[in-house]
Design a protein around this ligand. Sequence first.
Ligand SMILES: [Zn+2]
Length: 312
Amino acid sequence: MISRLFHRPWVALLLAPLLLGGCGNSANDELVIVTTTTQITDMVKAVAGDRVEVVALMGPGVDPHTYKPSAQDIAKVGRADLILYNGLLLEGRMEDAFAQAERKGIKAYPVTQAIPEDQLLQPPGFSGHPDPHVWFDPALWTLCIDVVRDGLTEIDPAGKEVFAENAAKLKQEYLAVTNWAKSRISDIPEESRKLVTSHDAFNYFGRAFGLEVMAVQGMSTAVKASSSDRVKMVGYVKEYNLKAIFVESSVNPEMINGVARETGVQVGGKLFSDAMGKPGELETGSDGETYDVGTWVGMMKHNVNVIVEGLK
Ligand SMILES: [Zn+2]
């Protein structure tokens, strides 16, 4: 209706002050924020509260490395007021859509822009392509909250205080789960702190919590593992006599199951790597605590519990 009226310039002039004046302090729920991965969606919802609408492109179980945007996704990106994504080429096939949106004047920020370059991991052979799995280092992921808070404030200035308050609260939650995880991981004997997974998503986790990390596949699932990768992994599992190796919720388990069959090691369980669980899905850990695996906090608790139970 409004867009049709705007074809008559004088109506637009009459209506403009009314429309602009409508913001005030109330929630600005006509603003649309487009997010990519489940980790980012959870963070944005926590900071935004109910002030804006959050439209997530990737759900639980979706692999962001290979995710190809649908025509509907492109349309959602084109209608966004703000796009918040991981960056560092995690959403490799969406880069074009984001660049196109930016040319139209839509604000698009990779949340990882807050992380100083010298804190990013640069895997050997990938120079200039930092490891994108930064949500597994709580200290780095906490820095990303600021990008979300500032981006939301930019498009909804009236929400500034709400966003600042929610961001501060979220940082406290992240700190609490980090301290919990450190103490839980200390239950694993030092020589057993070796984490084997399908693809190389856990290097930041390993650095943050003191585990040696090995993966059958490389940093991106877009590159398939070779048979020599598999032979290497079988050798590693046997050499260190590992108690457990792990599959991932967003990656085909075939390779890890194959290594398990060949070595006799048990599959310790399913970790959330590049996608978290379904929001609202509750799980109770061995210490009796219940958490939502669709949140970053719950995802960390799930992973740490599965890893500790498998390796200790
Ligand atoms: Zn990954």
